[in-house]
Design a protein around this ligand. Structure first.
Ligand code: GLU
Length: 381
């Protein structure tokens, strides 16, 4: 029965996003594993031939750059990593280009930074580009634009698991497959024989995050916790995510044949396209709310009023995505702010009859700093 469910899920998917980690794509010495890339491209072309809109999110630029320069250890400093990515990305895309074109499939390179997805306009623009590529029958190959990304400027996705999750959110009911070097999520330390592979997660719980012990390699970035976060993002916008072992060269064929491999995370919510965007978009600022406002948002389905906001953080414009947190710093949800950060500071904590005076003349006055229609809960009970 479970096998049948899986088969239906994967075979019904219209949009597929496959993410491959550095450990899968590079050898232990840090060189690109040409044979693995060949097999992967072969499998992707077979899925693409079934009419599935297929996107590949590929890591491996930094790994390939390290291989090119003969470095054994992953450097720690951003400019060095960025330079290595710039060196390696060309080699990576060249490999893909050769393999896809051998099979008559057009490949396209898309490099993104996190801020590209936080503006609604750019988000829509990127989505249009993807849809146009699909119309041309092309397979987009996505990576972070590492050469310009910067953690300090909040431009970075953090890792490619998150990038893959955010790219998946561009599409309705996506299937996301994260190929890594382990079989999936284990209910204990994967090194211990008593630990079992979790085959399916149909309900999100905070206890899941406690299951994952961090173990990172010297060449790659994310770990199982970043895969769980990606699963949370994708499933909360109506998508399905599978974590599976990319060291198996036939893994995608097995998945599409319905084999019970890896850990499958089932969708928890189906959201309209606009909510899908701001539910996952990187936020531009934060509104800290009091306990009454938190209750109104979470339990009573109400808007966030100015009186319930105790503090605003960051710089944002009217209409930008903001994160709404309680007094303990826990994110309750995300929404679109009716005020810029400057105006939000003037109105926070104010009653509706005090707003016009606080803002001064000729300013739009909203009782709701975030309207219910522009709000989406993100916290897990
Ligand atoms: N963008 C990085 C690269 O191509 C990978 C980041 C990651 O693996 O999470 O090397």
């Amino acid at each position: 029965m479970v096998a049948l469910d899986r088969k239906q899920i994967v075979q019904n998917a219209k949009h597929l996003v496959v993410k491959v980690g550095t450990n899968v794509l590079t050898t232990a010495e840090g060189r690109l594993n040409a044979e693995r890339i060949q097999r992967l491209v072969g499998e992707l072309c077979a899925i693409h031939a079934r009419g599935v809109y297929t996107t590949l999110v590929s890591s491996g630029a930094i790994g390939a750059g390290m291989g090119r320069l003969g470095l054994a250890e992953r450097p720690k400093f951003s400019p060095t990593l960025q330079a290595l990515a710039a060196i390696g990305q060309g080699a990576l895309i060249q490999n893909y280009e050769e393999e896809f074109s051998k099979r008559g499939v057009v490949a396209a390179q898309v490099l993104l930074t996190a801020s590209d997805l936080s503006s609604r306009e750019r988000y829509l623009n990127i989505r249009n580009t993807f849809y146009t590529l699909f119309n041309y029958g092309a397979i987009p190959i996505v990576n972070e634009n590492d050469a310009v990304s910067s953690a300090e400027l909040s431009l970075t996705f953090g890792d490619n698991d998150r990038l893959a999750a955010l790219v998946s959110c561009l599409f309705p009911e996506p299937l996301t497959i994260l190929l890594t070097d382990v079989d999936g999520l284990y209910d204990g330390d994967p090194a211990l024989p008593e630990s079992k592979l979790v085959s399916k997660v149909d309900k999100w719980s905070p206890a899941l995050m406690e299951m994952v012990a961090e173990k990172k390699s010297s060449r790659s970035k994310g770990g199982m916790s970043s895969k769980l976060k990606a699963a949370r993002t994708v499933t909360s916008v109506g998508g399905t995510l599978l974590v599976a072992n990319g060291d198996d060269p036939d893994i995608l064929s097995k998945i599409f044949a319905g084999a019970e491999v890896g850990t499958l995370f089932l969708p928890s919510e189906r959201l309209a396209a606009r909510k899908r965007w701001f539910r996952q978009a990187p936020s531009c600022g934060t509104l800290v709310v009091d306990a009454g406002a938190a209750r109104a948002l979470l339990k009573q389905g109400k808007s966030l009023l100015t009186i319930g906001v105790v503090e605003t953080r960051g710089t944002f414009r009217k209409g930008d995505v903001v994160s709404i947190v309680d007094l303990q710093g826990r994110e309750l949800g995300r929404g679109l702010s009716n005020y810029s950060s400057q105006d939000a500071q003037l109105v926070c904590g104010k009653r509706s009859n005090e707003l016009a005076d606080a803002l001064g003349q000729d300013r739009d006055v909203y009782e709701e700093i975030v309207h219910r229609d522009n709000f989406q809960i993100t916290v897990v009970d």
